[in-house]
Design a binder for this molecule. Structure first.
Ligand SMILES: N[C@@H](CCC(=O)N[C@@H](CS)C(=O)NCC(=O)O)C(=O)O
Length: 139
């Protein structure tokens, strides 16, 4: 088992934080998104969408999407229950996770992707996207 990771990127960080809170240790392999290693055929064979993180299981299964990876470890190691225990707790965790992903992470991501000189290396930036997204995140 291993996780394809990039220490500077936020989605793999979510998985690292989750595993640290669980006290679970998994080997990591760094995939440099600024060298576009995640967009080359060997990595696309693991995740055709090219995003990281990706969890590789010993049977060759690849699980992408940070929350799917976290859910996998939660199912294997239920305690501490980071997705909640009761129906109410689980619903609250899901509600906040959806809010953070849809309203906050997307908006902050737009500011980062379209406004930071580092990301200009890997995307065609549209600077007009920055201020509306900054306002959405602040709201
Ligand atoms: N919804 C996915 C998003 C994955 C994603 O977009 N990861 C970013 C890093 S935070 C990435 O791989 N960016 C480089 C690229 O898409 O080429 C998740 O939750 O894991």
């Amino acid at each position: 088992m291993k996780i394809y990771d990039y220490t500077q990127a936020p989605n793999p960080r979510r998985v690292r934080v989750f595993l640290a809170e669980k006290g679970i240790s998994v080997p990591y392999e760094q995939i440099d998104i600024f060298q576009r290693d995640n967009r080359k055929p060997p990595f696309l064979a693991k995740n055709p969408l090219g995003g990281i993180p990706v969890l590789e299981l010993d049977d060759g299964t690849h699980i992408a999407e940070s929350i799917a990876i976290c859910r996998y470890f939660e199912a294997l190691h239920p305690e501490p229950a980071l997705f909640g225990s009761s129906a109410g707790e689980q619903a609250m965790v899901e509600m906040w996770n959806r809010r953070v992903e849809l309203n906050l992470l997307n908006a902050i991501g737009m500011v980062w992707i379209h406004g930071n000189p580092m990301t200009a290396k890997i995307v065609k930036q549209i600077p007009e996207n920055v201020e509306p997204a900054r306002k959405r995140a602040a709201a």
